[in-house]
Write a protein that binds this ligand. Structure first.
Ligand code: GRF
Length: 206
């Protein structure tokens, strides 16, 4: 049976676009914001979309319950968070334990949370990047599936660094999802291994 992927977005949706363009089986795109630019792309590809507007709910529990209901309508095997800017309740995360991935624009465990590129520049790190990981209740802490590292170059701005990292996000997210689709992801003592031994690290100065 063909696996089913639901992607959650809040904005631009370029990672969702990369996943769709990689030919992965995205059956629905759901946003918490009606004005998310990525929704138009999904529609243009004939992918069903839905909006669960967070401001219409009294709190996180109510929002997460509505979101779960919408997700479950599509009977997904995997939930892909792609720039989804809401903190999820533990109950929601537990419901999808082992089948929800996120991409974070930093080399975890460094720079969890927001404004990662500005913080990397302020810290003076010489290497930065992005991480695809399984989602667990602690924010940005789940088992790491793949990371891409990029150099921080002299004269970088938040924008130039973000763009360098984003190019790699678009490469590693589809790769991680394809590994899952092929049934090659294993969790051993909290560490993800890929059957077949493909590198779980990409380095690029592109
Ligand atoms: C990406 O940098 C992603 O890592 C972060 O939010 C951004 C979303 O970009 N979580 P897009 O919506 O996928 O273009």
């Amino acid at each position: 049976m063909q696996k089913r992927i639901v992607v959650l977005i809040s904005g631009r949706g370029s990672n969702m676009q990369a996943v769709v363009e990689a030919g992965l089986p995205v059956v629905a795109v759901i946003s918490n914001r009606a004005d998310a630019a990525g929704l138009a792309y999904a529609r243009s590809r004939g992918i069903p979309t839905a909006v669960v507007a967070h401001e219409r709910y009294s709190g996180r529990e109510a929002f997460d319950a509505a979101l779960a209901e919408e997700i479950d309508r599509h009977a997904p095997d995997l939930i892909v968070l792609a720039g989804f800017m809401r903190i999820l309740t533990d109950a929601f995360v537990e419901r999808y334990a082992g089948r929800m991935m996120n991409i974070h624009p930093a080399l975890l465990p460094a720079f969890r949370g927001l404004n990662t590129h500005a913080r990397a520049l302020a810290a003076g790190v010489k290497i930065h990047g992005c991480t695809v990981h399984w989602v667990t209740p602690a924010l940005d802490e789940g088992p790491i599936i793949i990371q891409a590292a990029v150099p921080v170059c002299p004269g970088d701005t938040e924008e130039s660094l973000a763009a360098r990292v984003l190019r790699q996000e678009h490469i590693i997210y589809p790769r991680a999802i394809r590994w899952w689709l092929e049934g090659r992801l294993r969790l051993e003592n909290g560490v993800v291994r890929v059957e077949g031994g493909e590198p779980q690290l990409v380095y690029s100065d592109d």
